[in-house]
Design a protein around this ligand. Structure first.
Ligand SMILES: Cc1ncc(C[n+]2csc(CCOP(=O)(O)OP(=O)(O)O)c2C)c(N)n1
Ligand SMILES: [Mg+2]
Length: 270
């Protein structure tokens, strides 16, 4: 799929995500808006996958480690044909498969359960190592939050991936400069990320993670003998003027008035 079409789909996913969070009265809208361009590029261009065969052994593996932004993943999976689009309206309702964090036992296309931060990357390292051991040629992608990178388990996984020379692994850090209730710099300032990853033996690419022209080539890049990290500079709340870069929009729900404004802004861009 070409870039203008990808940009159009990302706008549609943003709009559906906003509606779902508003209707459910909960969600993590800020981090959903920041990660949607990355999810769109992965699911509509980069990942090798078969929606009718979600467990096909040749599929590329994708782990959304920042599992609190599950709604954005569900909307993307629905648009790509893994689950019915109507099902999005059940998000967070009793008996729905679409819980606040993604569950691989319930939702086709979800690769592994996430939610407790700091687990997705270690699991993804295992998936990439398993491919090396078995001779499989799938690629493993994982997206973490930047606040999530404050978890020590990630840095053990980063060391292991370099040691195993996992050139079949791509880590994308959604570097939106905020975590929950505070900025990254006010909590445990791990920026700049590039020199740290390079020091651990990774190839690093820095991009504007809300610009499809930079997102696609970075995701398609293949390293030769080492794992690849994309530091994706994004905006929390991207696309909605009053949410962008505001710490309170980590998991706030828009009022009716705010919802109307956000709807109008996102629809205008469609
Ligand atoms: C181990 C663990 N500790 C705390 C939380 C609660 N929590 C949910 S989201 C979040 C902030 C995450 O920030 P970041 O990784 O930057 O995500 P984003 O900005 O993309 O939403 C926290 C602390 C959690 N889910 N898991
Ligand atoms: Mg963040």
């Amino acid at each position: 799929m070409e870039l203008p079409e990808l940009e159009r789909i990302a706008r549609q996913i943003r709009l559906r995500d906003l509606q779902a969070v508003y209707e459910a009265g909960a969600g993590h809208i800020g981090g959903e808006m920041s990660v949607i361009d990355l999810l769109t590029a992965l699911y509509f261009r980069v990942l090798r996958l078969w929606p009718a065969e979600p467990k096909n052994p040749n599929r590329d593996r994708f782990v959304l480690s920042k599992g609190h932004t599950a709604c954005a993943l569900y909307v993307t999976l629905a648009k790509r044909g893994f689950i019915p689009e109507e099902e999005i309206s059940t998000f967070l309702k009793p008996h729905s498969r679409l819980n606040g964090h993604p569950n691989c036992n319930k939702v086709p296309g979800v690769e592994t359960n996430t939610g407790p931060l700091g687990h997705g990357l270690p699991v993804a390292v295992g998936m990439a190592k398993a491919a090396k051991l078995s001779g499989a040629d799938y690629h493993t992608y994982v997206i973490t939050g930047d606040g999530e990178m404050q978890e020590g388990s990630n840095w053990e996984a980063i060391m292991a991936a370099a040691q195993f020379r996992l050139d079949n692994l791509t880590l994308v850090i959604d570097h939106n400069r905020f975590q929950q209730g505070a900025s990254l710099s006010d909590t445990n300032d791990i920026a700049p990320l590039r020199p740290k990853l390079e020091a651990f033996g990774w190839e690093v690419t820095e991009i504007d993670g809300n610009n499809m022209r930079e997102v696609v080539p970075a995701l398609e890049h293949r390293s030769n003998d080492r794992p690849h990290c994309i530091v994706a500079h994004t905006n929390k709340g991207h696309g909605i003027s009053f949410m962008q870069d505001r710490v309170d929009w980590h998991h706030k729900v828009p009022s009716k008035e705010q919802y109307e404004i956000a709807l109008a802004e996102l629809s205008e861009a469609l």
